[in-house]
Every structure is written in C-alpha cells, then in structure tokens.
Design a protein around this ligand. Structure first.
Ligand code: FAD
Length: 540
C-alpha cells in the first residue's frame, strides 16, 4: 500500500484492453510512483449459469468469455514486459473498486470513457466516490473515432439518424492530423496491495467451466497481439483494401472470411479504432484509387461510430417501447419459432448453417447476419427483434450494445431502414454465392452428402435421394418451419398495416392501440387462411 506521501494511480481496464493508443493508461502512468492496472471480474458476467440456453454465464456465451480471458492474459503479458502486471479483482465492480481506491490511497483514477448504459451508471457511482475523496479523474473518449456526446450536442441534442447526415456532422476526427501514441516504454511499478484480494487472470476451468462445455473452439484468439497482427495482415493486401466493397463480399466464405474479422478486437478495444483508422488512411495513400464510405473499409468504421452516436442519443435504444426512433410493431412472441431459429432447426439449411456458425464461432459475415435477422423478424417468422437481439448479444464474440441493437432495429425495419418489401430469400440468396453449398456442408454435416440440386431445399429431394444422402427430411433434418412464399407475404402485409397505424397515430402508439392492431392482424390472417386454398408444398 502506498504511503500518503507517494502518489498512486489506478488504471481501470474495462474495454480498451490494449497498450497502444490508450490515453487513459498513458495519463495514469505519468507523474506517479505507483500504478495499479486493474480489471474487475464481475461474477454475473463470467461465472457459469447452468440455466442459460447455451454454455456460458447468465450474460455471455462461453466463446466470448474465452475471448475476454485470452485478451486479459495478453494484456497481462504486455504489462509484464513494461515492468508491471494486471491485477484481477473479483466482485461487483463498483464496490470492489471503491474498496481498492481507499486501500491504495489512490490520487488519480483513469479509465476509458464508455457510452454503454451499464457503464454510464457504474461510472457515475465510482466518479462520485472518487471526486468526493478529492481524486483526479481522467476518462477520455478513445473507444470510438468521435465523441458521440459531442456529435449529439452539435445536432441540437438529437443524434443524426442517417449515415450521410452523420458524416456531415462528424467531419474529420480532431486527432487525425498527428500520429497517435502507440508505444509505452515503461510504466510505474505496482504498489503494495494490502488487504485487497488480487488474482491472476483465471482460466475457463478456474471459473468453473468444464471441457465439455467448451465445444468447438472459435478460430479467433483474443488479445492485442493477435489484433495488431490481424490488422497488419489485412492492410498489407493493398489491392484488397482499395477494392473493399462491403455489399459485394461473400457471406459464405469461411476458410478465408470476406471481411477483416476485427470486430471482436474492436469490441474489447484490443484494437484501437482510431489506430485502425490512421493505418487505413496510410494504406489509401499508397494506392491510386480506392472505394469510399459507406462501402469501403473506412466506411465500416464510420458505421460503427454512427451506431454509437445513435445509441448514445436515443433513450431506450435497446427496446421497442419508449424508443422514439423505433416503429411500434405487434411482433409475435412465438417461443417455438424462436427456439427453432435459435437452435438451427428452421429447415432452411442456409439459415440453420449461419446459426450454427454463430454458436460455434461467435462470428458470421455481415450479410449472413442480415439473412438470419430478416428471417426471424420481418421476413418469415415475425418474431420480435428484441428476442433475436438477445440471442446475438449472448453468442457473438463481438457482441456490442450499440452496434447490435442498431443493426437489429435496421434489419427488422423498425428504424433507419424501411423497405420491408425487400426480403432475403432463405434459398436463393446463399445459392448465389455458394451454389455447391460448401458452407452448409461444413456447418451442417448432416447435409454433407445432399446433392447440389437440393442442398438449399432438401425437402424437395425425392426419398431415394434422401436415403442415398443418409439424411431423411423430417427425421435427420427438419422440414421447413414455414413456407417462405406465404410467410413472407404475410409479414409484408403485417408490416404495411403496422406502418400505416404508426403514421396515423404519428408514432405515438399506446398499449391499447397495439392491442387493437394485433387483434386486427390476427383477424386478417384468419380471413386469409379461410379464403386461400389448402397450402401448397413449401417452395422457399
Ligand atoms: P469489416 O467489414 O471488416 O468491418 C470493420 C469493422 O467495422 C468491424 O469490425 C466493425 O467494428 C465495423 N462494422 C462493420 N460493419 C458494421 C455495421 N454494419 N455496423 C457497425 N459497425 C460495423 N457488429 C459488431 O461489432 N457487434 C455486434 O454485436 C453486431 N451485431 C450485428 C447484428 C446484426 C443483426 C447485424 C446485421 C450486424 C451486426 N454487426 C455487429 C455488424 C457487422 O455485421 C459486424 O461488425 C461485422 O460483420 C464484423 O465483421 P468484420 O470485423 O469482418 O467487419
């Protein structure tokens, strides 16, 4: 424990699990005798919850927990090279931290600013304590390119809701012109820890997970070291960077994904988005011409900031009710359809393969995410986007509060994007990229011997073909849960009605209005069923 005469800083790591471009860490290291680099393990986030629908804690799937632990171990080893180490604390972050601030006589508390509502509440509690105790607090914005609060303020207190208006408001980042600091030669030593219990970075087994729960290991390892290598590798392919055109990428490419797979590293801040931005600009200088936002790689980073800003400036961004930018739609809460989607049992191999990739890898290509999110909500099943969001939030290794909610709002045509007549076909979309169905064969091995003609619609295969492929539909792999043709028509009709009601009511839709709308949609559906002939076979 530091004596009152010496000066001590505490660097509180949450995201920002890196040494490079870490202004909070730099500031914490300056002008002090001791530096306490701390990460708090919150049992709610990390400890196994056997009642959850997949291995993991009550909040996160085990794949993301593993990624986090790998990132912490990497950070610890980098700190050790600088003459320090990572101090792992356990417990409720607010309480544990306050105890250590007191015990270690901290003068300076540093942590990266975070806009997620969870951190906003927690940070206020810790900040209140620290400032009452007379500590210096330094909490810079370095997780995003811009400060969302600044952009919202410049827009009269509301976030810009279109990408173009966001770009116009954002302009160039203030730090763009001067190189970011990416190296630290040393940091002050850790002081005595006194009565505070300090741990090493735990393993999954130490957290209570057993081998069996760990399933297939995702092919992406966590940590700043891997992040920087991965980014440099991507940037070294200058032609690829120059031609990067997001909507043209192949969502079924899995041996070599069509995008960078830097999202989990950006999520945990193992990679600084600002450093990535600067390196990308340097690469652009070396090529004759390159693509531009929104489709370029730079454009993707700006999408990230766009959603951070929209999320920060919109109360109840993660909900339909009470969210002023969200259309009020009487989604269904059909648990069976939700479970079929979540457990890769929809009977549409393209959809199910993506959901298996989600469970096994915790990452899928952006367009693959589009397909399954559209299918669950406005495309086929009409299930509430919040339910799908929850599944992604748990299983993605890059699960990010602002980006995940923003994209679910988008894909369900609840906000940002309103062309609900444009629906992804669960059959022909994937086929365009991967006619042989290699992606499906990899993630759904039960279909690996299905001939190419039927791989996207196996229920159409004659029985002798199913037998030969050792996959009987209805026994080894399910029949489709809905007929895409009729389900998508139904969805469009419901969306049209809901949009009309939202417009009529000027966006102010009461519980009573929702009840009436739901009733009307159900009555209309019964009418449609009465007047249409018996169902045709599923046609995808
Ligand atoms: P690249 O194309 O290489 O892009 C580089 C970086 O730009 C990404 O790492 C990411 O940080 C950012 N980016 C790319 N696309 C988007 C986008 N549409 N919106 C915001 N930022 C973007 N991304 C997450 O990081 N976390 C999530 O929880 C998440 N949930 C999603 C849910 C749905 C329903 C959909 C449709 C998309 C979601 N995305 C999410 C956005 C996007 O799919 C991923 O960021 C991207 O696929 C990650 O792969 P990459 O790193 O190879 O992307």
């Amino acid at each position: 424990m530091a004596s009152p005469a010496s000066s001590s800083s505490l660097m509180w790591f949450r995201k920002g699990l890196r040494i490079h471009d870490n202004p909070a860490l730099e500031h914490a290291s300056r002008a002090c005798d001791f530096l306490y680099p701390v990460f708090v393990i919150d049992p709610h986030y990390m400890e196994p919850d056997p009642t959850a629908f997949s291995p993991g804690s009550s909040r996160a799937g085990v794949k993301r927990i593993r990624f986090l632990l790998e990132s912490l171990a990497d950070l610890d080893s980098s700190l050790k090279k600088l003459g320090s180490r990572l101090l792992v604390l356990k417990g409720s972050p607010g309480e544990v931290l306050i105890r250590c601030l007191e015990e270690w006589n901290i003068n300076k508390l540093c942590f990266e600013h975070d806009t997620d509502p969870y951190y906003q509440a927690l940070d206020n509690k810790v900040k209140n304590f620290a400032s009452a105790a007379g500590m210096e607090i330094f909490s810079p914005v370095s997780h995003t390119l811009f400060d969302p609060a600044d952009i919202v303020a410049r827009n009269g207190g509301k976030p810009p809701l279109s990408y173009q208006s966001f770009l116009k408001l954002a302009g160039k980042p203030s730090w763009e012109a001067s190189p970011l600091s990416t190296m630290l030669s040393s940091v002050p030593p850790v002081g005595a820890v006194g009565r505070c219990e300090v741990y090493e970075v735990p393993t999954l087994i130490e957290l209570g997970y057993n081998e069996a729960e760990q399933d297939e290991v995702a092919p992406f390892r966590g940590g700043e070291t891997v992040a920087l290598t991965r980014m440099k590798e991507a940037l070294s392919n200058k032609a690829w960077i120059a031609d990067f055109d997001k909507p043209k990428g192949n969502p079924s490419a899995f041996n070599k994904p069509a995008t960078t797979v830097l999202s989990p590293y950006l999520k945990f801040g193992c990679l600084s988005s600002r450093y990535f931005y600067q390196c990308l600009q340097d690469t652009y200088k070396d090529v004759k011409k390159h693509t531009s936002p929104p489709v370029s790689l730079l454009g993707q980073l700006l999408w990230r900031d766009f959603f951070y800003t929209a999320a920060f400036g919109t109360p109840n961004f993660n909900k339909m009710r009470g969210n002023r930018i969200c259309k009020q739609i009487p989604w269904s809460d059909d648990e069976q359809l939700l479970a079929a989607w979540r457990e890769a049992r929809t009977g549409y191999p393209w959809i199910d393969a993506i959901m298996v990739q989600l469970r096994k890898w915790g990452w899928m290509h952006h367009l693959a995410r589009h397909c399954v999110a559209c299918f669950l909500t406005r495309g086929d099943l009409f299930v509430h986007w919040e339910k799908g969001r929850d599944v992604f939030e748990r299983l993605l290794i890059d699960s990010d509060w602002a980006i995940n909610n923003g994209n679910w709002l988008w894909l369900s045509c609840s906000s940002f994007f309103y062309q609900y007549n444009r629906i992804y076909s669960p059959v022909s979309f994937g086929k365009k990229y991967d006619p042989n169905g290699n992606y499906i064969r990899h993630f759904l091995p039960v279909l690996k011997d299905m001939p190419k003609e039927f791989i996207y619609e196996p229920w159409k295969a004659p029985l002798n073909i199913q037998t030969k492929a050792k996959c009987i539909i209805g026994r080894d792999y399910p029949n489709p849960v809905v007929s895409h043709d009729s389900a998508s028509k139904e969805c469009k009709r419901k969306l049209a009605e809901a949009y009309a009601a939202n417009q009529r009511l000027n966006g102010v839709v009461s519980d009573e209005d929702m009840k009436n709308l739901r009733r009307k949609l159900e009555e209309d559906q019964e009418e449609v069923l009465r007047t249409t002939k018996p169902r045709r076979k599923h046609s995808g």
